[in-house]
Ligand binder design. Sequence first.
Ligand SMILES: NC(=O)c1ccc[n+]([C@@H]2O[C@H](COP(=O)([O-])OP(=O)(O)OC[C@H]3O[C@@H](n4cnc5c(N)ncnc54)[C@H](O)[C@@H]3O)[C@@H](O)[C@H]2O)c1
Length: 285
Amino acid sequence: MGLLDGKVALVTGAGGGLGREHVLALAKEGASVVVNDLGGARDGSGAGSVSMADLVAEEVNAAGGKAIANYDSVASVEGGEAIVNAAIDGFGKLDICVNNAGILRDKTIVKTTEDLWDPVIAVHLKGTYAVSRPAFAHMKERGEGGVIINTSSTSGLNGNFGQSNYGAAKAGIAGFTRCLALEGKRHGIRCFSLAPVALTRLTDDLPGMQDDSLKERIAPGLVSPLVVFLASELSGEMTNKTFYVGGGRIAEMRVVTADGVQKKDEGGLWSPEEIAARMPEILLD
Ligand SMILES: NC(=O)c1ccc[n+]([C@@H]2O[C@H](COP(=O)([O-])OP(=O)(O)OC[C@H]3O[C@@H](n4cnc5c(N)ncnc54)[C@H](O)[C@@H]3O)[C@@H](O)[C@H]2O)c1
């Protein structure tokens, strides 16, 4: 008995890295999986190599699981619909949607020209929308709930030097997911964001990632058990959570608001000088 017997999942950007590990982990627990990957380079250019998704699907099928490959881009509404339809046409339904596809085009802000901004926003933020919308619609219509797991990043949630395009998209994904979770509650559609950390082709040339021991210490497979937990009944009715996950560490992340200060007189209108005086109480610790 697998934790996901009878379930149908899709994972975008699953030709390598984290997505491939998610597919293998979901399939190992009995899920039938659509393995989506456009097959492009790390920066999103040169799409068209179908072999990335095919190889992962073949790996699952060779191990006795069920997987089909899909090569559509997440970055358009048509692509998102086609990916969801691949699950519905291939396996009859969709229970688990893992939005994982991603690219990087890092530069400091002044060098972040439109050609570096738009594709990163398109693949991550629009891509998450483009796949989630038809996935959510299908789950809602079917009336049997579902799980949507979106891939954010500490770059978006905490910030990272030289990644304003990527960070904006990833923070957007976290916000998008929180809204989706609220809308999903009444339909039993549970939604989560992940901020993973793993050594993959996306991160292997980033500063500090050249140490050989990291291949094991932050291997992408260390992230996937959380995906399986969230996708399975083990997570019960849990929804609307964001998790840091990588290198063996799993920790909830949250946007917090300090108690702050409340002005009761003068219609709540603070003077700048009063704000300056009370700033220690306004700030979080
Ligand atoms: N590796 C990390 O430490 C880390 C940290 C934070 C967030 N992430 C996020 O995790 C996700 C997976 O990244 P990874 O590290 O495994 O990198 P990766 O490059 O191995 O995987 C990303 C995959 O997405 C595919 N892809 C790109 N554009 C696509 C499109 N338009 N349609 C479909 N597929 C497309 C690529 O071909 C690639 O196989 C990404 O969203 C990334 O931003 C990774």
